[in-house]
Design a protein around this ligand. Structure first.
Ligand SMILES: Nc1ccn([C@@H]2O[C@H](COP(=O)(O)OP(=O)(O)OP(=O)(O)O)[C@@H](O)[C@H]2O)c(=O)n1
Ligand SMILES: [Mg+2]
Length: 399
């Protein structure tokens, strides 16, 4: 056990202190736990603070005026008395897990040590008192300084309890630039197939964080060597492409759209293959549309410059993503050129076309498929600079 007392806590903790103080004043224990403690010690910005307490959910609710049962069956209560909501979870003990996802039952306990020992990695098993004193029962601080991920206790047990933790390991390796210690890495390789039991939505979150992390090479390399990749939807047959990526990807992708586009471009998927690929990963429909556009453009950028119509069809921010992806895969950086090409387009969307279908009908074009065709021809010719975007000229061109 090591000692550390943080003197200057980030604002997020300062604001949450009254919650811990109220719980402690009633005779219970309360600590900050999880990622916020880890990230503060690492000097990183934190996004939310999690609180763990010896008070049972009903006891927590009695201490505050406004609470919401956000996950009461797991012991989680949201406290709203201090502005921002604070999720407070009662200490829980180990129990049996038969489905590799969630415990068969949750047992509330009064001991912090019992709670911490069922957490995934030593760096995530730190607790911090309201006054900044860090409780380190599993040498998490030593692993933080050595930049290492190590499962708490027996790694096999930790991955049996929740197979998603294996994806979390490779995600943290990328996000934090940490190595995974050999025993933990071996346990991941031995249990990789359990990932198939995990809901794809949860795996997706970790994969995207990995690709957006600071050292994606590290995370991807572990993702590949442990065999986790084999239990991800639609990855089969792409081992060589993924290994190639793990060598190329020296910085994190800028967004989720960029992360997906990198995979679909690297896998040489065409627009019709992107939809089943992303559907298997359960992404939103908008993501499918965006990735189809960025991948089409990125694939072209790997060969040559884009024509105005191709710039137009990809559009705005998506061009930046296409360029980001193509650059990683070996194309020259055409970022500023694309920005100029985009800015110089006569119109940037169909809404800016000087005529509508109604205008064409008034000019005598019959409604029907031909009308749509005519409009698209005009749009294309305006974008390419063959026609001026002027209503009378466009109508004249059609007639
Ligand atoms: N499968 C999991 C998920 C979470 N935890 C524990 O619950 C804490 C909070 O979980 P979560 O917010 O999902 O992850 P963080 O570690 O806080 O990371 P992030 O910064 O992404 O929120 C973790 O630190 C860890 O102690 C765990 O043991 N096993
Ligand atoms: Mg967290």
């Amino acid at each position: 056990m090591n000692n550390l007392k943080l003197e200057h806590l980030p604002q997020e903790f300062e604001l949450a202190r009254p919650v811990l103080q109220t719980i402690e004043a009633a005779g219970y224990e309360a600590y900050f736990v999880g990622g916020s403690v880890r990230d503060t010690i690492l000097g990183k910005k934190i996004h939310d603070v999690d609180i763990a307490t010896s008070a049972y959910p009903e006891e927590v609710k009695r201490l505050f005026k406004r609470t919401v049962d956000t996950g009461i069956e797991h012991g989680t209560v949201m406290i709203l008395d201090h502005g921002t909501g604070y999720e407070t979870t009662t200490f829980r003990s180990e129990s049996t897990y038969t489905d590799y996802r969630r415990p068969d039952q949750v047992t509330f306990v009064r001991s912090l040590a019992e709670d911490l020992k069922r957490r995934d990695f030593t760096i995530n098993a730190l607790a911090m008192k309201e006054n900044g004193e860090v409780i380190d029962l599993f040498d998490g601080l030593a692993d933080l300084s050595a930049k290492q991920l190590r499962a708490v206790g027996d790694p096999e047990q930790r991955f049996h309890e929740d197979a998603l933790r294996m994806m979390r390991a490779v995600r943290f390796a990328s996000q934090l630039d940490f190595t995974i210690v050999p025993a933990t890495l071996t346990a991941i390789a031995d249990h990789a197939s359990l990932l198939a039991k995990i809901a794809v939505e949860r795996t997706q979150v970790e994969l995207l964080k990995l690709l957006q992390g600071q050292t994606p090479k590290r995370g991807l390399a572990a993702f590949m060597t442990t065999g986790l990749w084999q239990y991800c939807p639609e990855f089969s047959g792409h081992e060589a492409s993924l290994n190639d990526l793990s060598e190329r990807l020296s910085t994190g992708m800028s967004s989720e759209t960029a992360a997906w586009s990198l995979l679909t471009t690297q896998f040489s998927l065409d627009a019709s293959q992107i939809s089943p690929f992303l559907k298997a990963w359960k992404t939103a429909n908008q993501m499918i549309t965006d990735v189809q556009a960025t991948t089409t453009a990125a694939r072209l950028l790997l060969e040559r410059e884009l024509q105005p119509w191709e710039v137009y069809q990809c559009g705005g921010e998506r061009l930046t993503i296409a360029n980001e992806v193509a650059l990683i895969l070996g194309a020259p950086d055409r970022g500023s050129q694309l920005a100029t090409q985009w800015a110089d387009l006569p119109i940037q969307s169909k809404k800016e076309l000087a005529v509508t279908g109604r205008d064409l009908m008034q000019a005598g074009v019959q409604p029907g498929p031909q009308l749509g065709q005519d409009l698209q021809t005009l749009e294309q010719r305006v974008v390419c600079g063959e026609l001026t975007n002027d209503a009378s000229q466009l109508i004249a061109a059609i007639q």
